[in-house]
Design a protein around this ligand. Structure first.
Ligand code: NAG
Ligand code: NAG
Ligand code: NAG
Ligand code: FE2
Length: 432
């Protein structure tokens, strides 16, 4: 059994045990006044074109990090120099670059460079493209900015975002502005993301403009490393004890789809005696008693719920609905001790300013244990192979207030749920 105590260091990122699930909502429940809609923070790039901007990092495997950034200058090499002493870089890694067009918009050069292997519990300093600022601290520095101010108040290792990132909604310069806005956080801790409806950006006019063009170019996630053929769904292990699966709500998910087949094979690879925690993130919630987006996740639930249930997934997190809602363990619309806990942590959307209504007479209302429409973020702290603490922090108070919390017991520790055997039998039946 894996021990996950704070002295156990398994990756370059201290112990990766706390996830932040970030979202911001504009909802009102009658008391909370949302910030003025349409308030948008635009950031400009004022430095030379060769200067790295929009730097963000993501985890690749257990001891590598992908560094991504953009330059307006097309001739900057895709290199990252790094080391464990500030200003002294003993290693140089080379990667790849891409760019894309969206109508008249042409993106800058988007660089992706994988660095590592990195030593555990070590602060690394790195510089992108041979020029510009040094970024530090893939491991230790705390976050520092105001929108995510509350997240700054305790240490954490990785940030997970269940979709709807920039709200660029086809206005490509807003992607750049978003990248610059989050850089002070996303250059310090890995950001692992999945896509929402605001990332689709398909064009009804230009049919060769594929959906998710900007998202896939800018937010390259470790899909190849997880045996997936699409950046829209992938998985990774955290601290050797948590397997995280990111699913795509806006790509095919029926039982003939490549996503479904990939999910079956990915779940079959998880050995719960080694990796006791299994969590899933997706954008559109399968269980939701809120009036907003009612029923939207139903076809995906019907297609995939069986898989997650048989694999004994511990928790399913989703976004999309601008509110917080936590359900009991569920399978097929009924409480079930071997089903996942479903948690909606609504996404960031300062434009869609409708008040939220939870439906008391919704058929799932008796399964919904807590809900509130407010700004907030969640933290999942994995203590050991069987125990984790989940808390939801409301951000609309001057101090972050814990509004909901719960101790979770991994299904891998449950003798009643026969973890492993169920899914293995299922996957064997399924032609992999
Ligand atoms: C973040 O936390 C650190 C350490 O607690 C503190 O020094 C810093 O002022 C905080 N930054 C912000 C913006 O709250
Ligand atoms: C999968 O493909 C088979 C064979 O083409 C078809 O009969 C079946 O209806 C498809 N299933 C779904 C869920 O689309
Ligand atoms: C895991 O942590 C919980 C909470 O601290 C503790 O009660 C439990 O005994 C621990 N279990 C193991 C197997 O270490
Ligand atoms: Fe959404």
């Amino acid at each position: 059994m894996v021990r996950l105590e704070s002295e156990l260091i398994l990756s370059n990122l201290r112990i990766i045990s706390i996830f932040y699930l970030i979202f911001a909502t504009e909802l009102c429940n009658g008391e909370f006044k949302r910030p003025p809609p349409g308030r948008m923070i635009l950031t400009r790039h004022t430095k030379p074109g060769s200067y790295p901007q929009q730097v963000h990092i993501s985890a690749v495997g257990t001891d590598h990090i992908r560094v991504s950034w953009i330059t307006t200058d097309k001739h900057v090499p895709s290199i990252v120099e790094y080391g464990t002493d500030s200003g002294t870089y003993d290693v140089t890694a080379t990667g790849e670059q891409t760019s894309y067009r969206y109508f008249s918009y042409v993106s800058g050069k988007i660089h992706h460079v994988k660095i590592g292997p990195l030593l555990p519990d070590m602060v690394y300093y790195y510089r992108c493209g041979g020029v510009g600022d040094e970024f530090s601290d893939l491991g230790q520095t705390e976050w520092t900015a105001s929108t995510l101010h509350h997240v700054n108040q305790s240490d954490y290792d990785m940030l997970l975002l269940p979709g709807d990132l920039s709200y660029a909604d086809t206005q490509q310069p807003l992607w750049d502005s978003f990248g610059r806005f989050v850089e002070q956080y996303s250059s310090k801790r890995p950001w692992m993301v999945t896509q929402g409806n605001h990332e689709v950006e398909a064009s009804p006019i230009l049919h060769d403009l594929r959906p998710f063009t900007a998202y896939n170019s800018r937010w390259l996630m470790p899909y190849q490393e997880s045996g997936s053929t699409s950046n829209l769904y992938y998985s990774f292990d955290v601290a050797g004890a948590i397997h995280v699966i990111m699913l795509g709500s806006y790509t095919n998910f029926d039982s003939n789809s490549t996503q479904y087949k990939w999910l079956v094979s990915d779940l079959a690879k998880v050995d719960r005696t080694q990796t006791p925690w299994l969590i899933v993130l997706l954008h559109v919630p399968w269980y939701n008693t809120n009036l907003a987006h009612q029923g939207e996740g139903e076809s995906m639930r019907k297609a995939m719920e069986d898989l997650l249930y048989k694999a004994r997934v511990d928790v399913v997190f989703s976004g999309h609905v601008h509110a917080y809602e936590r359900f009991t363990r569920i399978y097929n619309n009924k409480a079930d001790q071997c089903g996942p806990v479903y948690i909606t942590i609504g996404d960031g959307g300062n434009r869609e300013g409708l008040a939220l209504q939870f439906q008391k007479d919704h058929k799932s209302a008796h399964l919904s244990l807590f809900h509130e429409a407010s700004f907030g973020h969640g933290r999942l702290k994995v203590i050991n192979g069987s125990s984790a603490h989940w808390s939801w922090h409301r951000n609309d108070d001057s101090v972050s207030t814990v509004r909901d919390e719960l101790w979770l017991e991994s299904l891998s520790s449950s003798s009643a749920c026969h973890v492993g055997s169920h899914f293995v039998a299922y996957a064997a039946d399924y032609e992999l």
